[in-house]
Design a protein around this ligand. Structure first.
Ligand code: HEC
Length: 199
C-alpha cells in the first residue's frame, strides 16, 4: 500500500466515522424532537412520540376547561334577583351598581365583556392581569368557580361558587349590572355539540 493510499484510507475512515456520528445524531434528533433544526436549543415542545392530550369533555371545554362544568346553559333561565341574593357572598368585597365603590375587590359594574384586570381604576395583581383578554362568560364562570385556577396568585380570597346554578344566577345578576352585556355564546347553550369556544 503506497503511503498516499494509506493516508487517503485514514481520511476516508475519519469521514465515515464523522458522517456516521452526524447521521445518528440527526436521526436521533429527528426522532426526539421532530426536526433537527428545532433540536438546536433542546426545544422540547415537539417531543418525538406525540403525547396524547386527552380533550376535556365538551361540557367542560365549553366552560373554560379545568374540569369545570359550565353553568352557561343555565344562565338563560336563571333569575337576576336570585343572583343578587347569591351576590351577597361577593358583596363583602365587591359592589356592582353604577358608580359603586371599589372595596377589597373592584366595582363590577359593566364587568361582562370588559378587559380583565382593568376595571374602575382598581389595582389588580399580576396574576389576574396575566389571564389576558376580556371577561367572556366562559372566563367569568371559570373564575368564580375557582379564582385560583385562572389566577393562581390572584388576591381574590374566595373559595368559589361550586354550584352551577349559583354561578348562573350571579352571571345573570352581573348581566343586569352591565349596560350592554354581550349575548351568551350559542356554543355554550348546547355544550354537547360545541367545540371549545375560542377565547
Ligand atoms: C374576599 C373578597 C372577595 C370576594 C368574597 C369576592 N371577590 Fe372578586 N375579587 C376580589 C379581589 C381582591 C379581586 C382582585 C383580584 C386580583 O387582583 O388578583 C377580585 C376580582 C374579581 C373579578 C375580576 C375584576 C377585574 O378587574 O378583572 C371578578 C369578575 C370578580 N372578582 C367577581 C367576583 C364574584 C362574582 C364574587 C362572588 C361570587 C367575588 N368576586 C367574590 C375579592 C373578592
Amino acid at each position: 500500500m503506497s503511503k498516499s493510499l494509506l493516508w487517503e484510507t485514514v481520511v476516508a475512515a475519519f469521514w465515515l466515522a464523522f458522517l456516521t456520528i452526524l447521521g445518528v445524531n440527526l436521526v436521533g434528533n429527528y426522532v426526539m424532537y421532530g426536526s433537527p433544526v428545532e433540536s438546536e436549543h433542546g426545544k422540547l415542545e415537539k417531543f418525538g412520540y406525540p403525547i396524547e392530550v386527552v380533550e376535556a369533555a365538551p361540557e367542560a371545554a365549553a366552560g373554560g376547561g379545568g374540569g369545570l362544568v359550565s353553568s352557561l346553559p343555565l344562565v338563560a333561565a336563571a333569575s337576576a334577583e336570585e343572583g343578587a341574593g347569591v351576590f351577597k357572598k361577593c358583596g363583602s368585597c365587591h359592589t356592582a351598581e353604577a358608580g359603586g365603590a371599589n372595596k377589597t375587590g373592584p366595582n363590577l359594574h359593566n364587568i361582562i365583556g370588559a378587559e380583565i384586570a382593568n376595571h374602575n381604576g382598581f389595582k389588580t395583581t399580576e396574576s389576574l392581569n396575566g389571564i389576558g383578554g376580556n371577561w367572556t362568560y366562559e372566563k367569568i364562570d371559570d373564575y368564580i368557580e375557582n379564582p385560583k385556577r385562572l389566577a393562581p396568585k390572584g388576591s381574590m380570597s374566595f373559595a368559589g361558587l361550586k354550584k352551577p346554578q349559583d354561578r348562573a344566577a350571579v352571571i345573570k345578576f352581573l348581566m343586569s349590572q352591565s349596560e350592554n352585556p354581550p349575548p351568551i355564546p350559542a356554543a355554550a347553550e348546547t355544550p354537547a355539540a360545541a367545540p371549545a369556544a375560542p377565547n
